[in-house]
Design a protein around this ligand. Structure first.
Ligand SMILES: [Zn+2]
Length: 130
């Protein structure tokens, strides 16, 4: 039986310093990196999604000046911005497969044999000390 791992929206806007930051987000990203360094070979396919929005629209009501944090949100993960990039604490090499949500980037594949960083990146350490 084939196995797959889906990693969802580990992006700068959802971790410390981002537009919709979650406390501990960098630590989660670092944990994913550490997990995959040991266990990536357990999966036939590793897929990562990114939240990815247009800069010049409300994205179907997803963005709002007064968001309710249920159906509407402040501006986040705008295509081509730093906030839409993967958190620097999670930097697989090569990039994982991206989902259909990630329309602006061509998918690449990370499966068995991909090399994961052994330690958090320098940019992660500078930004958060994780
Ligand atoms: Zn969104």
């Amino acid at each position: 039986m084939a196995t797959a791992l889906l990693i969802v929206d580990v992006q700068n806007d959802f971790t410390e310093g981002g537009a919709l930051a979650v406390a501990g987000g960098d630590a989660v990203a670092e944990g994913i990196t550490a997990y995959l360094a040991e266990r990536a070979g357990d999966y036939d396919l590793i897929i990562a999604s990114r939240d990815w929005h247009d800069a010049d629209s409300d994205n179907g009501g997803h963005f709002a000046e007064e968001p309710d944090y249920v159906d509407s949100w402040p501006v986040h993960c705008v295509a081509g911005t730093e906030g839409a990039e993967y958190d620097p604490c999670w930097r697989p090499t090569p990039s994982p497969t991206t989902s259909a949500k990630d329309r602006a980037s061509p998918p690449t594949r990370c499966s068995r044999g991909c090399r994961m960083p052994a330690a958090p990146s320098a940019s992660c350490s500078r930004r958060t000390g994780c």
